[in-house]
Design a protein. Structure first.
Length: 448
């Protein structure tokens, strides 16, 4: 099918002319396993599946660690992301300022975190529409806002919560508000923000009793972290399993609070950067999409998606993917070697996973219901690029299988340049999948 771009038409934000393509039918690709599962962007294609296993990991330093950041260019005139057979993708919006997290309000409005600009935007689109009919700034003057959550759950939430890099605030909310009804109320005033990972995601447990906030590490792998004051044994006796200290105190963690921000505690530790935090609708399980550490080679350490158990330790900075010891911390924490929880789904290393969303719509084939979609922002620490795509996390009876599948690809031009960097994924009320790209300031809509 000819796209609008191939016909010489230009896509304009919020206009009736929208870039689109419908993928033709293709044969199902086999699942890549072992070394082929690591791969790179050249093997990416909608429908290609991968299964990475802990036993497939190379030794640290098997390949050099490289700095290979992408050169983000303007979207070429004919460039449209690729989607699986039978799906359609439309340019939903453009001209946004670094759109990141997407969250859909109960009434269907689409809240967008424009993190660098310090604001939250709202887009409104009727069911089936391929572009918004309203575009408004909901709130501005925020500090690197990222996570967004509506509370309490249901059709009539009273608050919109926003996770800034240093705090959590909330705005009074009535369904359909296009701008904040009042000034933000600070709920948590002192999230760690002195360095390192700045993204903070937010979600509420399914019973509504706890607010979860993810806080990434201040460093890559806590290199040179001095022993805690008073000694390691004393520290460990007073803190959760695997808790770090110094500049890393309450970092590489998921924190828990009451909805009003009180009763702060640690939910889980050793998660280097849980940049996508979500609660599984069917069973209330807490999930994290995690950016793992750099510096150990092209194929270490795998990023991952996992269910997060309360009180569990996921390894950072001393171990990774189970009892694999980080050579930069050799012999430092033998007491933790048998206490590391292995993540559920291993991803191509350095893919940089961000937002995670479970599919509850009816517009896609029935086998998609209950699976999750994940945005991969793309690598900078790999000689051959990986990421820069949307993948589907396969789930059976509520449990991840360990396999994931390319769903939206085509953002990479060559080894030097990319035109898109996916960040947000959200399921619209009509069942379409929305995808944000902070490289070119666009949002795409995938439908059937």
């Amino acid at each position: 099918m000819a796209t609008l771009h191939s016909l010489g038409l230009t896509a304009v934000a919020f206009s009736s002319v929208v870039a689109c393509t419908i993928a033709p039918a293709t044969a199902q690709s086999p699942t890549l396993v072992g070394q082929r599962a690591f791969g790179d962007w050249r093997l990416d294609s909608p429908g290609t599946s991968r299964l990475l296993r802990p036993q497939d990991l190379p030794k640290p330093g098997a390949t050099p660690s490289v700095a290979n950041g992408p050169r983000v260019v303007s979207r070429p005139r004919a460039a449209v992301p690729q989607v699986p057979a039978g799906f359609r993708i439309d340019l939903f919006a453009e001209g946004l300022s670094g759109p990141r997290i997407l969250r859909v309000a109960p009434n269907g409005d689409i809240f967008v975190a424009e993190t660098g600009a310090g604001r939250i935007r709202v887009l409104r689109a009727p069911a089936g529409a391929t572009q918004p009919v309203r575009n408004a700034v909901y709130a501005s003057g925020l500090k690197q806002p990222f996570g967004i959550a509506f509370f309490p759950d249901g059709d009539d939430p009273k608050w919109v919560y926003v996770a800034n890099t240093d705090s959590v605030v909330r705005f009074p909310y009535r369904s359909g508000d296009l701008e904040a009804a009042g000034l933000p109320e600070t709920v948590v005033a002192d999230l760690p923000d002195h360095s390192g990972h700045s993204t903070r995601d937010i979600a509420f447990t399914s019973d509504g009793k706890r607010m979860l906030v993810s806080v990434g590490s201040a460093s890559n792998a806590a290199e040179g972290m001095a022993p805690p004051s008073g000694g390691l044994a004393a520290w460990s006796s007073r803190h959760p399993l695997g808790a770090s200290w110094g500049l890393e105190t309450d970092r590489a963690d998921v924190l828990a609070f009451d909805p009003d921000g009180k009763n702060r505690r640690v939910f889980a530790t050793g998660i280097r950067n849980c940049s996508g935090l979500a609660v599984q609708p069917m069973n209330g399980a807490v999930w994290c999409a995690t950016n793992e550490r750099d510096g150990l080679g092209d194929d270490l350490v795998p990023d991952y998606v996992t269910r997060v158990r309360e009180g569990a330790f996921y390894g950072w900075p001393w171990y990774f993917i189970g009892s694999n010891e980080d050579p930069r911390h050799k012999g430092e924490r033998p007491d933790l070697s048998d206490s590391v929880t292995v993540p559920d789904v291993l991803l191509q290393p350095h893919s940089a996973p961000l937002e995670l969303a479970f599919y509850r719509g009816d517009a896609f084939p029935p086998e998609f219901r209950g699976d999750a979609f994940l945005a991969l922002h793309g690598s900078w620490n790999r000689s051959r690029r990986t990421g820069y795509k949307i993948v589907r996390i396969r789930i059976k009876d509520g449990v991840p299988t360990g396999e994931y599948q390319d769903f939206v690809t085509g953002f990479v031009i060559d080894e030097g340049a990319v035109w898109g960097r996916p960040v947000g994924v959200a399921v619209a009320h009509d069942g379409a999948l929305l995808v944000s790209d902070d490289g070119n300031g666009t949002i795409w809509r995938v439908s059937r």
